[in-house]
Ligand binder design. Structure first.
Ligand SMILES: NC(=O)c1ccc[n+]([C@@H]2O[C@H](COP(=O)([O-])OP(=O)(O)OC[C@H]3O[C@@H](n4cnc5c(N)ncnc54)[C@H](O)[C@@H]3O)[C@@H](O)[C@H]2O)c1
Length: 369
C-alpha cells in the first residue's frame, strides 16, 4: 500500500495557494489535514477553496498535531527559523520557503536541527523544477557543454511601487529582490556549476514605496529593488547575476522576464521561465537554437503531473511537493535540502556585505560544525 503523508501548511497566503495546495492535490500520497494562519478570515476563505482541514492560528498546534507527518512553512521570512525549529522538535518533516532564514546563521541552525533529528528537510527553490532547467542541468552534468566557463542570469519583474507589506522591511524580509528573487538564481547556479567561492555584489533601491495601494502613508521601504553579483565558482567558472522587481514594461502577466544560461568549451544552453518546456541549445559549433525539452525531463520522475496541462510557467511548481513527499516515503534526502538553502543564503549575505564594504567577499561555508 502506498504510504500516505499527512501535511500541515503554516501560512495560508499567496504561495501556498499558488504552488503547495495544487501540488498536494495532484499527489495521491499527500493529504492536507491542517492549516495555520493568524488571519482567521483567510482561514475561513481557504476552507471553501481548499476543502476541510483542522484550522488553527497557532503554529505550535501544527508542530504538536498527532495527525501531521510533514509541514510546509510559507510564512514571512522572519518567522521561518522559529516555526521550523518548533516543527522539527515535534518530529515533523519540513519543507520551508526561501529564503530559509534571515541570514546564514539562522539557516545553518535549521539545517543542523533537521539533520540531528534525522528528519526530511527541503528548501522551496522552485525553479530547479522547471523542465528546461532540468534539461540544462542534464547537458551540464553529462559533459555535453564541455568544460564549464560561464553562467549568466537575469530576472526582471514589474511590480507596483506601492507598499509590499512585510516584504519591504529588513526585520521581516531581511532583504528585497536579493532574498526574494536572486537567491533562487544563486541556488540553481550552484546546482549547475558547484559551489561559489568568491563574489562581488551591489544592491540599489529605486522607489520609497511609502504609500499603500489604497493611498495611505506607511513607513518607507528599507530593502533593495535591484541586486547583482559577479562571482567565481570553485571549479574555475565565472558568473554574473542581475535581478530587479521594478523594471517597467516587464510585467508579462506576473511572470516577468527570466533568462539563465551556462556556457562551456563545447556549447551553450539557456533556460527561460516564460518558455519552460523549450530550451535554447548550441553544441559543437552549431548556433544556439530553440528545441523542445525531451519528454523525460518534463516532470520529475514518478510525478503524476501532466506536463502539457495548465500554464507551463506555473505548473512545474507543483513538482516541489512531489519531491518532498517522495523523499519522506523513500526515506532519502529531499533535494534541494536546507543545506542548499543555507549555502545560497551565505552567498546572498555576502552580496550585502560586499556592497557595504565595497569589496570582494570569499565564502567560507561549514554547515556540519
Ligand atoms: N518559492 C517561491 O517561488 C516563492 C514564491 C512566493 C513566495 N515565496 C516565499 O513564501 C513565503 C510566503 O510568501 P507569500 O507570498 O505567500 O506571502 P503572503 O504574505 O501572501 O502569505 C504569508 C501568510 O503567512 C501568514 N503568517 C504570518 N505570520 C504567521 C505565523 N507566525 N504563523 C502562521 N502564519 C503566519 C500571513 O497571515 C499570510 O497569510 C515567503 O518566505 C516568500 O519568500 C516563495
Amino acid at each position: 500500500m502506498t504510504q500516505s503523508v499527512r501535511i500541515g501548511i503554516i501560512g495560508a497566503g499567496a504561495v501556498s495557494d499558488y504552488h503547495h495546495v495544487p501540488g498536494i492535490n495532484i499527489d495521491p500520497r499527500a493529504e492536507l489535514v491542517a492549516v495555520c494562519d493568524p488571519n482567521e478570515t483567510l482561514l475561513e476563505q481557504r476552507k471553501s477553496e481548499w476543502g476541510e482541514f483542522d484550522a488553527t492560528t497557532s503554529y505550535q498546534d501544527i508542530a504538536d498535531h498527532p495527525n501531521v507527518d510533514a509541514v510546509i512553512i510559507a510564512t514571512p521570512n522572519f518567522t521561518h527559523r522559529e516555526i521550523a525549529l518548533a516543527c522539527l522538535a515535534g518530529d515533523k518533516h519540513v519543507m520551508c520557503e526561501k529564503p530559509l532564514g534571515l541570514n546564514y546563521e539562522e539557516s545553518k541552525e535549521m539545517y543542523q536541527a533537521a539533520r540531528d533529528r534525522n528528519l526530511r528537510h527541503m528548501t522551496a527553490f522552485t525553479y530547479r523544477f522547471a523542465p528546461s532547467m532540468r534539461y540544462v542541468r542534464h547537458l551540464v552534468k553529462s559533459g555535453a557543454l564541455g568544460e564549464l566557463r560561464h553562467f549568466r542570469s537575469q530576472r526582471f519583474l514589474d511590480w507596483p511601487e506601492t507598499s509590499w507589506g512585510w516584504r519591504q522591511y529588513k526585520k521581516t524580509a531581511g532583504a528585497g529582490d536579493l532574498f526574494d528573487m536572486t537567491i533562487h538564481r544563486i541556488d540553481f547556479a550552484q546546482d549547475l556549476l558547484g559551489p561559489i567561492k568568491s563574489i562581488c555584489g551591489a544592491v540599489a533601491q529605486f522607489a520609497p514605496r511609502d504609500k499603500t495601494a489604497e493611498g495611505q502613508d506607511c513607513p518607507p521601504s528599507e530593502v533593495d529593488d535591484w541586486s547583482s553579483l559577479i562571482g567565481q565558482f570553485e571549479n574555475g567558472a565565472v558568473g554574473v547575476w542581475e535581478g530587479s522587481t521594478l523594471m517597467k514594461g516587464y510585467h508579462n502577466d506576473g511572470f516577468g522576464y527570466e533568462w539563465a544560461e551556462v556556457n562551456g568549451s563545447r556549447g551553450s544552453a539557456a533556460y527561460q521561465l516564460t518558455d519552460p518546456n523549450n530550451v535554447l541549445v548550441g553544441l559543437n559549433g552549431n548556433p544556439v537554437e530553440k528545441m523542445p525539452v525531451p519528454d523525460e525531463f518534463l516532470v520529475i520522475e514518478g510525478s503524476p503531473r501532466k506536463p502539457h496541462e495548465g500554464v507551463p510557467s506555473t505548473v512545474f511548481r507543483y513538482d516541489l511537493v512531489y519531491e518532498f513527499v517522495s523523499a519522506i516515503v523513500e526515506g532519502r534526502d529531499a533535494i534541494p535540502g536546507f543545506d542548499h538553502g543555507a549555502s545560497a543564503q551565505a552567498v546572498a549575505d555576502a552580496v550585502l556585505k560586499s556592497h557595504d564594504q565595497k569589496t570582494w567577499v570569499d565564502l567560507d561555508i561549514d554547515l556540519e560544525n
